[in-house]
Ligand binder design. Structure first.
Ligand SMILES: [Zn+2]
Length: 387
């Protein structure tokens, strides 16, 4: 009497298992950026929805079997001529940048905002590594620094010294963090973006026209209320919200950008494209990026939390560029905005003094007054060879 229902039960279990196996296949193929799916314009949607969720429901929503997703190599061929800058990269930690040079070349990543550890004493060492990388390759690296004791007035001298020396930005700073496991115990993190010496640091940023890259998690509630206070108190300071799209909603991003013209969005595309914890898709952000095309910066965050690591994050930047479907906006977001933030910084007193010394030594008379920090930094980096 129980035999027949048992056979039916077994048969249905087999069918369900086979169906599940078939449905889960695209999840793996999208990881290997070879043959996956593309449905015309929502190509990114298929990747993000497949990667964003283990559930069959999301999978069926995004994955259309009749289309094909572009590989990273194909994307590089299509968009490699765009100036691409990774606006947030930790590869000064452990000298990882040296082993990334080949990948950057291959994937046509032109410049890298480089720093290492965050808001703890060891960051002083990685800031130095970022600086040295820049001395070797001033056209490739844009050094930022994070080794600042934010809880002590003495940190302000570090800020001043490094900005004078020629660093182009401050960050990544742990301005507020409760959820990130890597920032749980960093010694110099502040409790919110108005804590410690941060308010005075913002004033120095305005003076030097230097942007400050802030890590804020969660990206809602009290920490963001304090960020808004900082933005309003310091309208001449450029704030960059690190990985603004991580664990954040497109509506909230739009709200913040609309309200605060001095806020820039660091967009960690790989998070939205391939982190299983993302609850959005790249397409969800496209209209906001087009609404504020001069305020978005693309980054990899060195592939933090991504199964495919940093190259997967590079792929994410290209998928976002592809999703934009507008080369002009793509160029702004891919590198133009970041270059503008770098080029608006004037040469510092320290840089100009050093250059004058070199010029005096060689009997060169030159007006240096209109030099930018970038130009001065480049001249100083090859002063031994050709000045
Ligand atoms: Zn980071």
């Amino acid at each position: 009497m129980t035999k027949k229902p048992l056979i039916y039960l077994l048969a249905s279990v087999v069918i369900v298992v086979v169906a599940l196996l078939l449905m889960s296949r695209p999840l793996f193929t999208t990881e290997g950026h070879t043959v996956a799916k593309k449905i015309g314009e929502p190509s990114v949607k298929s990747l993000t929805s497949a990667a964003a969720s283990d559930t069959a429901a999301t999978d069926t929503k995004g994955n259309s079997p009749e289309a094909e997703m572009k590989s990273l190599a194909e994307l590089v061929v299509e968009y490699g001529d765009l100036q691409l800058i990774d606006a947030h990269n930790h590869d000064a930690s452990g000298f990882t940048y040296a082993s990334m040079m080949k990948t950057w070349k291959q994937d046509s990543v032109d410049r890298i905002v480089l720093f290492g550890d965050i808001s703890e004493p060891s960051a002083i060492g990685t800031d130095e590594i970022a600086w040295n990388a820049y001395q070797e390759e001033p056209d490739k690296f844009i050094p930022f620094f994070s080794g600042i004791n934010l809880l002590d007035e003495s940190g302000l001298q570090t800020v001043k010294d490094n900005l004078e020396k020629g660093y182009f930005g401050i960050g990544e700073i742990a301005a507020a963090s409760t959820n990130s496991p890597v920032l749980a115990n960093v010694a110099w993190k502040t409790k919110d973006p108005m804590d410690g010496i941060l308010p005075k640091t913002y004033k120095l940023c305005a003076e030097y026209k230097t942007p400050v890259l802030l890590h804020i998690d969660p990206p809602t509630g009290e920490p963001v209320a304090k960020l808004e206070e900082a933005l309003e108190d310091n309208r001449d300071t450029t704030f960059i919200f690190a990985h603004i799209n991580a664990y954040n909603s497109p509506d909230h991003v739009e709200y913040l950008l609309k309200k605060h013209p001095n806020l820039y969005a660091d967009f960690f595309a790989g998070f939205t494209a391939s982190n299983p914890e993302s609850f959005n898709q790249l397409d969800d952000f496209v209209s906001i990026i087009k609404q504020f095309p001069d305020r978005f910066l693309l980054s990899t965050d060195s592939g933090y939390g991504l199964p495919g690591g940093e190259e997967k994050a590079i792929e994410g930047m290209y998928r976002l560029i592809d999703a934009l479907g507008d080369r002009h906006v793509a160029q702004q977001v891919a590198g133009g905005n970041l270059e503008r933030l770098i080029r608006m910084q004037p040469a510092t007193k320290t840089q100009l003094e050093a250059l004058r010394k070199v010029n005096d030594l060689h009997g060169i008379k030159k007006d240096l007054s209109s030099l930018t920090k970038e130009e001065a930094g480049k001249l100083l980096s090859d002063k031994e060879t050709d000045q």
